[in-house]
Design a binder for this molecule. Sequence first.
Ligand SMILES: *[C@@H]1O[C@H](CO)[C@@H](O)[C@H](O)[C@H]1NC(C)=O
Length: 209
Amino acid sequence: MKMAMAAAATSYFSSASASGILLYALFLAGTHGEATEVATSEVPSILPVCKTVGGGSTFFDVQFCLEALGSDDRSANAGTDYRAYSGIAADLLAANATSTAAKIGALLRERGGGGGGGGKGDGGATTRCLRSCQALYGGVVRRQPGCAAAVRGRRDDGEATRCLEEAAGAAEGCEAGFGKSKVASPVAMENDDAFKLAKLAVALLSMAH
Ligand SMILES: *[C@@H]1O[C@H](CO)[C@@H](O)[C@H](O)[C@H]1NC(C)=O
């Protein structure tokens, strides 16, 4: 059984690209009992999809797409349905924005919202940036369920795209605030993930018909 699966994977990746090889390695790890269900069960459907949208993107790469879509069980049944994948990416973005907003809230509480500005020698710049991020992510969290519904609704892909681009812009804006204030961003990774997930959802939607 494992041999047959490995053989299938071998032929599947015979046009081996860097990411194909990487996933094939994950696949092999999976046959040795490690936790790579995603790679084994979902690679056949998401690899070509992620190559299509990630190959030419300046915003995210194939690997990011594989990890994002691969993290959601629904990808296993989405076949070549780009709209379904875009909806999944939009849902991942919503989850991401929710947890990022919570992290920002916690960071602000840690710094103490009081009159002191909460600065740690930066004149309160970090706190001000975090407050601006809190507003930006608050907007994303409120709008994101509607974005995902618009993606799935087929009625107005232009509106769905604008909705997702706004989320990308919010993540970008949050990060840029720290840059302008010349203070380290405590949410750099979260901004990067949210930005890429939004751009991934846009790219997947642009391939839907
Ligand atoms: C946010 O998205 C990234 C990229 O898909 C993922 O690795 C991470 O686990 C997500 N975090 C949450 C809390 O959803």
